[in-house]
Ligand binder design. Sequence first.
Ligand SMILES: [Zn+2]
Length: 399
Amino acid sequence: MLQKIGGWRLFDVLVRPAQWIYRVITLRILLVAIVLFGIYKADAWFLTSGRPIIRDAVIMWLADKMAGGNMPLRVCDAQFSEGREDCDLIYSRSDQFDPGAQWGLVTNSPYLTDWTTKILANFTTENIIWGRVRGPLMVAFIPRYDPSSFHVSGQTDCSSFATINERHITFESWNDEKDIISTLTHELIHYQLGNFCVDPRPLPETCVFVNDASGKRVGVACKPFTALKRMEVEQWFMDSSVWVESHTESATIEILAAMCRRNGGRGIECRAFWNSLGGMARGSLYSELKLAGLGFIYEPIRDVLVYNKAETVVADKSFHDYSQYGEEGIAEFDGIVYRYRYIPWNRYVVPGIISWVPLDTGNRRPMEGRVWVVMGMLFDDTRLMLGPLGRAFLWAMTP
Ligand SMILES: [Zn+2]
């Protein structure tokens, strides 16, 4: 029973203050605990997901500054350009120049012959292939008549032709010499075989390649060919394309860096290098933000840091080609960026820069006797291009 003391109940004098003190203390402890937990959580997030996001945003921005704006080529029609000296590039469409005057190459633009002969020798010095490099029989600009016209930059079969999408010279928003040089370098690297042309991993069990009479691969046969087997084979081909393209695109960056340094650290090769590096970091940033559930901030970041208005409109239009099919189309687009940008950047290029991890070329070099060693391509020129500060930044920001 409670007693009254001078008008105050004992409860008010003793118990209530004690209760308040107790409440305030527990509230403080709770608040501190929440803040500490928040910092811990944010820290853990920053260390694993946040760091690469900031890393790639900074690299994207820096590379864009180093690459500079578009470098459009003045294109002249071969039929009318005789004697003209204000053309950067002469183009003869479906007609061809005399291969006898083009180092044996079939081409519709001597510009491509010149660059092909300049690029090829680098593949030996950069440890992509041992001995003689392999080159195409034909290198040409071609128009494409399907939707790939808007997305595919170049194509090759690793044995006879290398083509560059004609849009690179006939379409204003595509006309940028940096892109032409890096696309041509990429296609020519495919020719060096190894991991740049075929996936060495075996087909799904019970499946074999089918060749035609000339030995060219024409398909795959499995026994029995069930629906599940078909899915496995489709997955194998998708992984195989990622394998080949990731190796090729990573090597392209190092070759451009090597060509830039051979030219004294100046010229179009350097700008093509930064353009390719920035493009990879941008794709990686896109994938990382999507994975972290922050996909909606990608476009504002990109538009503030690197894109001008026209580039945003072009990117929107390209994205529409996928997004018009709803979630499924967007997932396809995300998958493409993840496989062809995020994977090569995070699996090969960044480890190559910060930890000297060589790129496995899949090609071999003879040693004494009958011993062969697999050739690894170092990212040594790329490392030098980034400088000590760039390398330290990449190292510190990579989980
Ligand atoms: Zn390719």
